[in-house]
Design a protein around this ligand. Structure first.
Ligand SMILES: C[S@@+](CC[C@H](N)C(=O)[O-])C[C@H]1O[C@@H](n2cnc3c(N)ncnc32)[C@H](O)[C@@H]1O
Length: 223
């Protein structure tokens, strides 16, 4: 059971009773998504690009997706977005988040009308946006695509330690292009060692409100 819960910036999140954790920061869902994934990830990675391939781990409510879609549409960047989700929410639950208030109507409508389809196959939401939500675990996921950017948005290590093991981090990193970027809201010594072992350089950036630091890591050009 997932319960809609308000966060400190006025945006909602979901509380997962199964996992015992919220889908976003209690200090602000919208604020966290913009800070970690859009500002530290997408703006950084898409500079000088006219096309970007993003891999997300944990589609959840789609908040990171709709904000990315809006940013790319505004900046004339073609977006190919693949988001792995082991336990997809229903369209009805996503509609209850209130996130339609944060993006233009056309962005929201093309997302929500294609959501169920995207769980089965890649959908064209607009000439500049493709969305696919493989209904699978990260461990089982495989693809021949290579991505420019990974949004690693799994539940925390306290609640889902298997999503932060060295093996699963290496598996996720294997889908990045040389020079590709990995961002996540968390930072631990173990995570830093795991990405460094995969040939990444790391940056500790100021975290979203409620977190001191976050991680951005860039894959070596020759990996
Ligand atoms: C922190 S939430 C993601 C929040 C999401 N990005 C959003 O904007 O709403 C973590 C997500 O990971 C999904 N998940 C849990 N285990 C997974 C696994 N093994 N593989 C892929 N996704 C998983 C959960 O169902 C949940 O949707």
């Amino acid at each position: 059971m997932n319960i809609i819960t308000p966060t400190a910036d006025g945006s909602n999140t979901l509380y997962s009773e199964t996992i015992g954790e919220h889908y976003h920061s209690k200090h602000g869902a919208l604020q966290e998504s913009k800070h970690v994934f859009i500002d530290a990830g997408l703006k950084f990675s898409s500079a000088q690009k006219s096309e970007i391939l993003i891999l997300e781990v944990g589609f959840g409510t789609g908040l990171n997706f709709i904000l990315s879609y809006e940013y790319c549409a505004e900046n004339n960047i073609k977006l190919n977005y693949t988001s792995i989700e082991a336990f997809p929410l229903t369209r009805e639950v996503i509609e209850q988040t209130g996130y339609q208030a944060y993006v233009p109507e056309q962005i929201w409508t093309s997302f929500i009308e294609n959501y169920d389809g995207a769980l089965k196959a890649e959908q064209n939401l607009s000439p500049l946006c493709e969305l696919e939500i493989p209904h699978i675990t990260l461990a089982e996921f495989d693809t021949s695509k290579k991505f420019d950017l990974i949004y690693y948005d799994a539940f925390s290590v306290q609640h889902q330690p298997e999503m932060w093991s060295d093996e699963i981090i290496s598996h996720a990193c294997s889908f990045l292009k040389p020079g590709g970027v990995f961002v996540t809201y968390a930072i631990t010594g173990k995570l830093k060692r795991a990405v460094k072992a995969n040939g990444f350089t790391i940056e500790k950036l100021p975290g979203a409100p409620g977190k001191r630091e976050m991680l951005r890591a860039t894959k070596a050009e020759d990996k």
